[in-house]
Design a binder for this molecule. Structure first.
Ligand SMILES: C[S@@+](CC[C@H](N)C(=O)[O-])C[C@H]1O[C@@H](n2cnc3c(N)ncnc32)[C@H](O)[C@@H]1O
Length: 464
């Protein structure tokens, strides 16, 4: 017999007021649901495993008009639906399993479950239930779960149960849920025996509660500045002062810089006051350019970009290798990042949360056409910036491809947010050289000469 058949047969063989869990009115549940709804009669309230209970009747009677009752048993739902007198559209009846997603994401304000969760004896079912609840609840929403308490019965309705105290029940839900209140009730069955019930009311943390990254006072001045750090470097390493090039490249892979230095084309800049990097200087198309290598990832790239800007650099161009996302792109090719999806942390220190950030440099079309003059295939569009390339998944790659994202790299969103907040011109040029579905040679960017050609094209663009 399936679980559904079990519950259908319970409701076929017993009247709603003959089952052990029956109460004429779920007083404790009502009190907690009303508290969680905070007086909002339009709050979206879901009674999970509501069966044929009268909670929905009492909520309708109190004026709540956005109710859902979910249950495995159609028979239970029919019994309640036929009994209740509710305004059109006030109650949605959903036949389904609470361990599966049944509601649109973040659509529920109050999730109520009396005597359902304790039937989930398998850990994987409890995990799925919690995942479904967390997805359905809006941040800041509430969940009320009532189970048998530690002294409650080990079986009910012919099924095994798991008994909980407040800590163990809260432990099943985890840190995303903040326990607000727990209380016990001695329930009297229709035949007079007593059962210990536990009720827990929890609040779902909103993102700011659980993500320190969102707790930045963006308008407040920093306590530690790039100017102060560079002054320390000057003192500690006796660095002389000098004027830096107005255009500086951050060359993330570093092999191009190594080659330019080995060839004697790029010379060290001894006025660059930095604890972590060296700067080299090269003249390209008559433009004096700085090159700093291997500042890979958003935090390192922005750390150095801050120091460049503080030292007088006006324009920063990031040169990065990148993975292909759009299957339409030839390999290798160049993508000028017109915008970047902010799947990284650094940008949140500069801008409020958002999906993507635009490139803060002017005339990107000019940059794309200067790059195209080198013979590389060039596109301009959106890239996905990730902090964790070894956590890219196939489903993420296909989702971003569907959203029109061209390539994935590790710096653009961070640098663009920095550029927007600090008023610095920043552009990122991606050499797209690998793809999970690519059968040719991976990471082939056409050799260092081809890379040097891209630097020169950027210098031509910068010269205007
Ligand atoms: C003990 S009764 C409680 C009914 C009601 N909440 C009350 O307190 O009167 C358990 C209810 O949960 C339903 N149920 C059991 N497992 C479920 C699941 N995985 N998903 C949805 N409903 C479920 C059953 O059909 C039944 O109506």
């Amino acid at each position: 017999m399936t679980l559904r058949e079990h519950w259908e047969s319970v409701y076929e063989t017993k009247a709603p007021d003959e089952v052990s869990w029956f109460q004429p009115h779920l007083e404790k549940s009502l009190e907690l649901v009303e508290r969680a709804a905070g007086g909002d009669r339009a709050a979206a309230i879901a009674d999970i495993g509501g069966g044929a209970s009268t909670l929905v009747d009492d909520l309708v009677a109190r004026g709540y008009g956005n109710l859902s009752v979910l249950d495995l048993s159609q028979r239970a739902l029919d019994l309640a639906r036929r009994r209740i007198f509710a305004p059109e559209g006030a109650v949605r009846w959903i036949r389904g399993d609470a361990t599966r997603d049944q509601f649109p994401a973040h659509s529920i304000d109050v999730w109520h479950d009396r005597a359902v969760f304790h039937f989930l004896t398998r850990e994987e079912d409890r995990r799925s239930y919690v995942r479904a609840a967390l997805r359905a609840l809006r941040p800041g929403g509430h969940i009320i779960v009532s189970t048998f308490g530690p002294e409650g019965p080990p079986r009910c309705s012919g099924l095994e149960t798991v008994r909980y105290d407040a800590d163990s029940l809260h432990g099943e839900f985890g840190a995303a849920f903040q326990l607000i209140e727990s209380t016990q009730e001695l329930h009297r069955t229709p035949w007079g025996s007593e059962q210990q019930f536990l009720y827990c009311l929890c609040k779902v943390g909103d993102a700011k509660d659980t993500l320190p990254l969102l707790r930045h006072a963006l308008e407040e001045a920093p306590a530690f500045t790039p100017e102060a750090l560079m002054e320390s470097v000057r003192t500690a390493r006796v660095v002389k002062s000098g004027v830096l090039p107005e255009l500086c490249f951050l060359e993330f892979d570093g092999d191009l810089t190594d080659w330019l230095v080995a060839q004697g084309k790029a010379k060290p800049v001894d006025s660059w006051a930095c604890f972590h990097t060296a700067m080299y200087e090269i003249e390209l198309a008559g433009v004096r350019c700085g090159v700093v290598a291997r500042t890979i990832g958003g935090p390192y790239a922005v750390l150095i970009a801050e120091q460049l800007a503080a030292a007088g650099v006006k324009r920063i161009v990031g040169i990065t290798s990148a993975g292909r996302i759009s299957p339409e792109l030839p390999l290798p090719c160049v993508v000028v990042a017109g915008s970047a999806v902010r799947d990284e942390g650094t940008s949140l220190h500069y801008l409020g949360a958002g999906r993507a950030v635009e490139c803060p440099a002017a005339s990107l079309a000019g940059l794309a056409s200067a790059l195209a003059a080198t013979g590389w295939p060039v596109r301009c569009g959106e890239v996905w910036t990730t902090d964790a390339p070894y956590r890219e998944t196939v489903s993420q790659l296909s989702q971003w491809a569907k959203e029109g994202v061209l390539a994935v790299e590790m710096q653009a969103a961070s640098l663009y947010a920095f550029g927007q907040a600090r008023g610095v011109e920043v552009a990122v040029v991606c050499m797209v050289s690998n793809a999970v579905d690519h059968e040719g040679e991976q990471f082939d960017t056409g050799g260092v000469e081809a890379g040097a050609g891209l630097l020169e094209a950027c210098a031509i663009w910068s010269r205007g």
